[in-house]
Ligand binder design. Structure first.
Ligand code: ATP
Length: 229
């Protein structure tokens, strides 16, 4: 059985990645999985390595993923932003980063967070398609690995519509909104470079965008489903 390819979903904050991902998970139980992130923060009461529940850190306008190598989409409730962590020390994590073991990492509230290549491989070994929601820097890092994902960019129809969606979502202060819009401009520029993404989906009409996403992933989804039956 060949392992499924991971899927990279990238694009500006507010482009609709979470909305599309949620539908994908709802419609395909037991097909998708998420990798467990590493963190240097202390476990909270009740949290075990790879098993704790916590809020997602927001990084550079992108989400450092809903994550869990032990979980398939059947077990993840996307309506709550939870993730699971491997708890580690700053020294060990820095060493891993220096060795090129992380596909993304960032500092958030004085703690380090990151996604390791092996955490992604753990998901694939369970015959689950690992979804990686990363920013453009993460995309460039993943390109240096042998993970061979399908690179998908989700883009808004325009900056004006992006701004409206972010305002309507009511999750941002004026300051964080402006930061996201600035990051979005940079993201949209870098994402349009030829060869960065296999597919660019303009999320104008949600149904159409979702259909396009399913079409791109169809081969991998079928492969996973057939291996299960
Ligand atoms: N095609 C669409 N038409 C109208 N509204 C949409 C569409 N797609 C998504 N939205 C809305 O736009 C807002 C932003 O979408 P979403 O939260 O999925 O973006 P995101 O890319 O996951 O952002 P972030 O990276 O900040 O998590 C949400 O309120 C969502 O309901």
């Amino acid at each position: 059985m060949s392992k499924p390819r991971p899927v990279v979903l990238s694009g500006p904050s507010g482009a609709g990645k979470s909305t599309l991902m949620k539908r994908l998970l709802q419609d395909h139980e037991g097909v998708f999985g998420f990798s467990v992130s590493h963190t240097t923060r202390n476990p909270r009461p009740g949290e075990e390595d790879g098993k704790g529940l916590n809020k997602l850190p927001m990084l550079l306008g992108a989400t450092l993923l809903p994550v869990a190598d032990v979980l398939s989409s059947e077990e993840i409730d996307m309506s709550t932003s939870f993730s699971y962590y491997h708890f580690t020390t700053r020294e060990a994590m820095q060493e891993g980063i220096d060795q090129g073991e992380f596909i993304e990492n960032a500092e958030f509230s004085g703690n380090m967070y990151g996604t390791s290549k092996s955490a992604v491989e753990d998901v694939l070994a369970k015959n689950l398609i690992c979804i990686l929601d990363v920013d453009i820097q993460g995309v460039k890092n993943i390109k240096k690995t042998d993970l061979n994902p399908i690179y998908i960019s989700i883009q808004p129809p325009s900056m004006e519509i992006l701004e409206k969606r972010l305002r309507d979502r009511q999750t941002e202060t004026e300051e964080s909104l402006q930061k996201r819009l600035e990051a979005a401009r940079i993201d949209m520029e870098l994402s349009s470079e030829p060869g960065v993404f296999d597919v660019v989906i303009i999320n104008d009409d949600l149904e159409k965008a979702y259909q396009e996403l399913k079409d791109v992933l169809n081969e991998e989804i079928t492969k996973v489903q057939e291996a299960k039956s």
